[in-house]
Design a protein around this ligand. Structure first.
Ligand code: SF4
Length: 62
């Protein structure tokens, strides 16, 4: 499962990293970035939770 972040929408709240730091990481630009693509199988559930928790719906997956 591959996750994507729309950086134009991301407000840098950090929720995704706190839900799944195997896939999402806050970086110096104050935006979240994908650090594992595809997501490790054992991190998919947490990554999906992060997607649902994003307050601006910036995360999607395929
Ligand atoms: S949860 Fe959404 S808005 Fe918050 S840092 Fe992650 S991608 Fe950005």
């Amino acid at each position: 499962m591959k996750f994507k972040i729309d950086e134009d929408l991301c407000i840098g709240c950090g929720v995704c990293e706190s839900e799944c730091d195997a896939v999402f990481e806050m970086q110096d630009d104050a935006k979240a970035h994908i650090i594992a693509n595809p997501a490790p199988a054992d991190a998919e559930d947490d990554a999906l939770s992060a997607e649902e928790s994003c307050p601006v719906d910036a995360i999607s997956h395929e």
